[in-house]
Design a protein around this ligand. Structure first.
Ligand code: ASP
Length: 432
C-alpha cells in the first residue's frame, strides 16, 4: 500500500470511529476521558506540533537556497509579482463564483432561527491594512522566527539571501550550508510523514467525536452551497488555470496533490501543511526549489480561495436570514474586502471567521449572524483549507511553467517523489 492510500484509509477509519463515538458513546466517560480527550487528543496534537516544528527551519533554509538559486533580483521580483497577481486573481474568482451560486440558490431564505445552534461570536480585532503593511518588516527577526510570522520571515530571509549574493565569494559557504540544511529538513519532512496515518486518524477521530454530523442538518442549505462551490472551484477554475495557463495535465496534478489535501483537511491549517506542500510541489510536481521555496509559504499566508468561498456564501446567507439587500455595490465591496483580508491573515484554523467579521463590518451586516454559522465552521474549515492549499500548489505550478522552472519529466512520472520506506542509519549498519 502506498503512503497516500495508507493515510486515506486511516483518515476514513478516524472519521468512522469518531462518528460512532459521537453517535453512541457521548456519555461514556471512559471513552471520552481515555480516548477522545486522551489518546486521540495527544496523538493529534503531537502530529500538528511535529508539522509546525518543521515550518520555520524548512522555509528559512529552503528560501536562502532558493533565492540564491535564482541568482538575480529581477527574476525574483518577476516571480513574486506573477504569484501575487495570480493569488489575488484566484481568490477574486473564487468569491465571485461563490456569490453568484449563492445568489442563485438563495440559502437562508425563510431560515428558521429556532433550530439553529445559537452561540455568541465575539469578533477579535483584525489589524487594519496599514498595520499589515507596516508589519511586513520585522523589528526583530529573531522574534519573527520565534513567533513563526510568515510574511516577516519571508521578507527578512529574502533580504538576507539577496545580500548573500551581493557579498559574492565570501557568501558562498553560507549558501552551501543552507542547501545542505534544506536537504536535511526535507528528509525530516519525509520522516514525519511516516507517522502521518496515525496522526490523521487521531485528528479525524477527535474532531468527529466532538462534532456530530447532526449539526449540519439545520444549516444544510449553507453547508451544501459552500461545499458545492468549493468543489466547483477545485475541479473547475483551478483545473482550467492549470490546463490553459499552465499547460499541464490537471489529472496528474490532482493525483499527486491528494496527500497535501488530506494533510490540510485533517489539520485545518495551510501553515502547518507548508512542509508537505513544499515537498510535494518540488519532489512530486517537479517545480524548482528556487521558485517553490518562495511561492508556497507566500501562498499559505496570503492565498485563501476556499476561505473566500465561505465568506461569499456566508454573506449571502446572513443577508437572506436577516432580509437585508446588499445590492451589487455591497457584493462588490465584499469581493474587494475578502481579497484584501486574505492578505493580512495567516492560514491557521478558524481564521476565516475573523476575516468574515471584517467583511461584515464593511458592508454593515450584523456580526451576531456569524454565531449562526459557527457550529458548522469546524467541518467547513477542513474542506476549505484543502482548497486553499490546492490553490497554492496551482499557482506555484502555473508560475513555474511560465518561467520554465518545472521539470516535466518529474511532473509526468506518477511515481516521482513518492514517500519511500525510511531507513534509519542503524539499518544500514546491520545490512552491511
Ligand atoms: N484554516 C484555513 C487555512 O489555514 C483558514 C480559514 O479558512 O480559516 O487555510
Amino acid at each position: 500500500m502506498n503512503m497516500t492510500t495508507k493515510i486515506l484509509v486511516w483518515m476514513v477509519c478516524g472519521l468512522i470511529v469518531g462518528s460512532l463515538i459521537n453517535g453512541f458513546a457521548q456519555n461514556v466517560a471512559f471513552i471520552q476521558d481515555y480516548f477522545v480527550n486522551g489518546l486521540f487528543h495527544v496523538v493529534g496534537a503531537l502530529f500538528i506540533s511535529g508539522l509546525k516544528m518543521l515550518v520555520v527551519p524548512l522555509v528559512t533554509f529552503s528560501l536562502i537556497a532558493g533565492v540564491c538559486g535564482i541568482g538575480d533580483v529581477t527574476t525574483l521580483g518577476r516571480i513574486g509579482i506573477k504569484a501575487f497577481l495570480l493569488f489575488m486573481l484566484t481568490t477574486a474568482l473564487a468569491i465571485t463564483l461563490a456569490i453568484t451560486v449563492a445568489v442563485m440558490v438563495g440559502p437562508g431564505q425563510g431560515f428558521d432561527m429556532t433550530h439553529a445552534a445559537q452561540g455568541e461570536f465575539v469578533a477579535p480585532a483584525a489589524p487594519p491594512l496599514t498595520q499589515v503593511i507596516i508589519d511586513l518588516v520585522p523589528t526583530n527577526p529573531i522574534a519573527a522566527y520565534a513567533n513563526g510570522n510568515m510574511l516577516q520571515i519571508i521578507f527578512f530571509t529574502i533580504l538576507f539571501a539577496v545580500c548573500l549574493l551581493m557579498v559574492g565569494e565570501r557568501g558562498r559557504p553560507i549558501i552551501d550550508i543552507s542547501e545542505r540544511l534544506n536537504d536535511v529538513m526535507m528528509q525530516v519532512v519525509t520522516v514525519v510523514m511516516h507517522v502521518a496515518p496515525y496522526g490523521v486518524f487521531a485528528l479525524m477521530a477527535k474532531t468527529f467525536a466532538l462534532q456530530g454530523l447532526g449539526l449540519i442538518l439545520p444549516m444544510i442549505s449553507y453547508f451544501g452551497v459552500v461545499a458545492l462551490v468549493l468543489l466547483l472551484h477545485l475541479s473547475g477554475t483551478l483545473m482550467l488555470l492549470l490546463k490553459f495557463l499552465g499547460r499541464v495535465s490537471p489529472l496528474m496534478f490532482l493525483r499527486k496533490l491528494r496527500t497535501v489535501q488530506i494533510f490540510a483537511f485533517s489539520t485545518s491549517s495551510s501553515n502547518a501543511t507548508i512542509p508537505v506542500t513544499l515537498r510535494t510541489v518540488e519532489k512530486r510536481l517537479g517545480v524548482d526549489n528556487s521558485l517553490a521555496s518562495f511561492v508556497v509559504p507566500f501562498g499559505a499566508t496570503i492565498n485563501m480561495d476556499g476561505t473566500a468561498i465561505m465568506q461569499g456564501v456566508a454573506t449571502v446567507f446572513i443577508a437572506n436570514v436577516y432580509g437585508i439587500d446588499l445590492g451589487v455595490t455591497g457584493y462588490l465591496t465584499v469581493i474587494g474586502m475578502a481579497v484584501l483580508a486574505s492578505i493580512g491573515t495567516a492560514g491557521v484554523p478558524g481564521v476565516g471567521l475573523i476575516m468574515l467579521a471584517m467583511v461584515f463590518n464593511q458592508v454593515g451586516l450584523p456580526i451576531e449572524g456569524i454565531a449562526l454559522i459557527m457550529g458548522v465552521d469546524r467541518l467547513l474549515d477542513m474542506m476549505r483549507t484543502a482548497v486553499n492549499v490546492t490553490g497554492d500548489a496551482t499557482v506555484s505550478t502555473v508560475v513555474a511553467r511560465s518561467e520554465d522552472k518545472i521539470s516535466m519529466d518529474v511532473f509526468s512520472d506518477p511515481a516521482a517523489g513518492q514517500v519511500e520506506e525510511v531507513h534509519l542509519p542503524h539499518d544500514k549498519k546491520q545490512s552491511a
